[in-house]
Design a protein around this ligand. Structure first.
Ligand code: CUA
Length: 339
C-alpha cells in the first residue's frame, strides 16, 4: 500500500504490515504523550504564573497515590511495547520449514547469490511470490547487511560465520536491496534489486537460466578434488573420519562430551578449524582448510553435505526443483555458531 504521503516504504512481505503496525503504535504513543506533556506544561506555566513580585507559593507535599499510579501506567505501556515487539521479532527471525534456500556471499562491494538449483546472480535476486525464501549468508571480507526495506527485514552478513534470514514476498514487483552496514568506500553503491515474480514466470526464469552446476554438485566435485573422500567418504569409506550421510541437522556426539547440532555453522567450523569440535571416536588428524577454500567453495561443500540424506528420506533442498512445496529441510536453529 502506497499512501499519499509515503510514510513507509512499499509493503511487500508477510511481516511488513506487522512491523508497520508496531511502528505506528510506538509513534502514536509517543505523539500522544508529547502533546499531553507539552500541553500540560504550557497550561501550568500560564495557570500558575507568578502574579505579584512578593508572592510565595503554597508548599506542595508529595502524593504516594499519584506516584504509584504514574509508575504503574508507564510500566504497563512499556510492557505492551515489549510483548508486541517480541512477537513480531520471533515471527521474523524464526527460520521457517519448507523454504527455498538461496546462498548469499557479500563482498566489497557486491552481492553474489546462488540458488540451490545452480543459477547465479549478482546484485539481483529473483524469487517467486508466496513462497518462503531462506537466505544463508556469509561475507568474504567485512561485515555487510542484507536489507530489503519493502520486506521490513534485514540481517548482518558476517565473515567467518553464517547468518540467515527469511521472507515471503506478497506481491510481484522490483524492490530495493541495500547494504545496511558501513563497509568501506563504496558501501552506498552496494545495492541491488529483488525481483518478485509470479510462480509461473519464476519457473520460466529458472529454466531459462540453466547451465550452472548446482552448489551441491560443485561441492561433491570439490570434495573429491580436495581429497576429503579418502578419509571420510559419504558413508564412512576411508574410516578415518565420520560418515556424512544424514549428518546435517542431526545431533553430533563430541569427543569432549556433549553434543552439537550439525548446522551450517558447525559444518563450516569443522572444515576451517577441524579440531574445535571433534566427533566422538575420531582423532585430531584432519588438517585445516582455512585459506584453501573460498567462501563460495565452503558454501558448495556445505550444500553437498546437506544433500547427503539417508536413502528414503526427504529430498534435500539442493536437488529438488524449486516449485515443489514439499521441499523440507531439517532447519536447525539460526545458524550463528561463533567462530
Ligand atoms: Cu556492504 Cu555496506
Amino acid at each position: 500500500m502506497q499512501s499519499w504521503i509515503p510514510l513507509v516504504p512499499d509493503s511487500a512481505s508477510t511481516v511488513s504490515w506487522k512491523v508497520d503496525a508496531l511502528y505506528f503504535y510506538l509513534s502514536g504513543v509517543t505523539l500522544f504523550f508529547t502533546l499531553l506533556i507539552s500541553g500540560t506544561l504550557i497550561f501550568f506555566v500560564i495557570r500558575y504564573r507568578r502574579r505579584t513580585p512578593y508572592e510565595i507559593p503554597r508548599p506542595v507535599a508529595g502524593s504516594h497515590k499519584l506516584e504509584t499510579v504514574w509508575t504503574i501506567i508507564p510500566f504497563i505501556i512499556a510492557m505492551t511495547m515489549f510483548a508486541w515487539g517480541v512477537t513480531v521479532y520471533f515471527d521474523q527471525y524464526k527460520p521457517p520449514q519448507n523454504a527455498i534456500e538461496v546462498y548469499v556471499v557479500g563482498k566489497q562491494w557486491m552481492w553474489k547469490l546462488q540458488h540451490a538449483t545452480g543459477q547465479r546472480e549478482i546484485n539481483e535476486l529473483h524469487v517467486p511470490v508466496g513462497r518462503k525464501i531462506r537466505l544463508i549468508m556469509t561475507s568474504e571480507d567485512v561485515i555487510h547487511d542484507f536489507f530489503v526495506p519493502a520486506f521490513r527485514t534485514k540481517a548482518d552478513v558476517v565473515p567467518g560465520r553464517y547468518t540467515t534470514m527469511w521472507f515471503e514476498a506478497t506481491k510481484p514487483g522490483q524492490y530495493h536491496l541495500f547494504c545496511a552496514e558501513y563497509c568501506g568506500m563504496n558501501h552506498s553503491g552496494m545495492t541491488g534489486t529483488v525481483i518478485v515474480m509470479e510462480p509461473r514466470d519464476f519457473d520460466n526464469w529458472l529454466s531459462g537460466n540453466t547451465g550452472s552446476t548446482t552448489p551441491a554438485t560443485a561441492g561433491q566435485q570439490l570434495y573429491q578434488t580436495l581429497g576429503c573422500a579418502s578419509c571420510h567418504g559419504a558413508n564412512g569409506e576411508g574410516g578415518r573420519g565420520p560418515a556424512l550421510v544424514g549428518t546435517f541437522g542431526s545431533q553430533v556426539n563430541l569427543a569432549s562430551g556433549g553434543t552439537v547440532t550439525a548446522d551450517e555453522g558447525y559444518i563450516r567450523e569443522s572444515i576451517v578449524n577441524p579440531q574445535a569440535k571433534l566427533v566422538a571416536g575420531f582423532g585430531p588428524i584432519m588438517p585445516t582448510f582455512q585459506g584453501q577454500v573460498t567462501e563460495d567453495q565452503l558454501v558448495q561443500l556445505m550444500a553437498y553435505i546437506k544433500s547427503l540424506h539417508p536413502p528414503g528420506t526427504q529430498t534435500p533442498a539442493a536437488t529438488a526443483p524449486s516449485p515443489s512445496p514439499s521441499r523440507a529441510v531439517n532447519a536447525p536453529s539460526p545458524t550463528q555458531n561463533i567462530k
